[in-house]
Design a protein around this ligand. Structure first.
Ligand code: GUN
Length: 287
């Protein structure tokens, strides 16, 4: 049984990006720039944003950190996004979700320049992903595929089950798994709260992706022997951070599994850094 080390893999990716950025900035070009916007005081979002800003510093990305009150108006937020869209030194714009009540998250995401949408949430990028065109891919699903790639665990020709259908994880992950790619080409089933027999569906999975947000819900009964289990759940419990899988029970049965914490979580931020560096390289004036 293999425990998939997302924490270590993410550190390797950050080091690779740091070297890439240093090699280019040594020639005298400006550093990559990422605007990180947090609205309100959601504690989980505060942690995510702090980690994103810290990762930027490590990689050599200049971060512009905005902490705005929950009382900000929709128009003020749209004005900030428009200003960031037009700044040449800003390569990526990240608006931490969810927004406080009263603000329209989808309208704000649609106001971000798709070329700076390093989160891959703009309808243009989502649409391009569904058409198999180059685009920014949402960081958590991109991180899941990158982990599979680096561990050489290909779902091609296998049955993949995704539990959860969110815009941020389940839906884009299902699209990536089904696309014609060495680490796609899976036969994909998407399960959700209206799936009649979730356990039966999960037991069919050679690759099981958990993104439901229910701590330790998936027991050994849900898992086929020898499966690869990728746990995207991040659930804060009284005992600490837990995934959607009952790790101690499930790990007895599988070929490979991601832990929580230290699995997919750190990969999300590594992929945000990767998307930002990619945007920067695309946007730098050509010599
Ligand atoms: N909220 C939960 N995950 C994410 C993410 O990857 N990006 C943003 N912007 N908000 C989130």
């Amino acid at each position: 049984m293999q425990i998939i080390d997302g924490k270590g893999t993410a550190a390797t990716i950050r080091a690779e990006l740091k070297a890439q950025v240093a090699a280019i900035t040594a020639l005298g070009t400006r550093a990559p720039g990422l605007a990180v916007i947090l609205v309100g005081e959601d504690p989980a979002s505060q942690v995510y944003v702090r980690n994103k800003v810290r990762a930027c510093a490590e990689v050599g990305i200049h971060s512009l950190h905005y902490e705005l009150p929950a009382s900000i108006s929709q128009q003020e937020l749209l004005d900030l996004l428009a200003a960031l869209n037009s700044r040449d030194d800003v390569d990526g714009i990240l608006l931490q979700m969810p927004l406080p009540k009263g603000l329209d998250g989808n309208a704000c995401l649609a106001a971000i320049d798709p070329a700076k949408d390093v989160d891959g949430f703009h309808p243009i990028n989502v649409g391009r992903l569904s058409q198999g065109l180059p685009c920014f891919v949402s960081c958590t699903p991109a991180g899941v595929i990158e982990l599979l790639r680096r561990y050489n665990l290909s779902p091609a020709g296998k049955k993949a089950v995704v539990v959860g259908r969110s815009n941020i994880v389940g839906k884009p992950l299902a699209m990536l798994l089904a696309r014609n790619d060495a680490f796609g080409n899976a036969t994909v089933t998407v399960c959700h709260s209206a799936t009649p027999d979730l356990a039966a569906e999960c037991r069919e999975a050679d690759f099981l992706f958990l993104a439901m947000g229910k701590p330790e819900f998936i027991t050994a009964d849900y898992v086929k022997k020898g499966a690869v289990v990728i746990d995207v759940g991040i659930n804060r419990t009284e005992e600490g951070l837990r995934g959607d899988a009952d790790f101690d029970a499930v790990c007895q049965k599988v070929a490979a599994i991601t832990p929580v914490p230290g699995g997919v979580g750190p990969m999300t931020i590594a992929m945000l850094m990767k998307n930002t560096v990619q945007s920067w390289q695309t946007r730098l004036p050509k010599a």
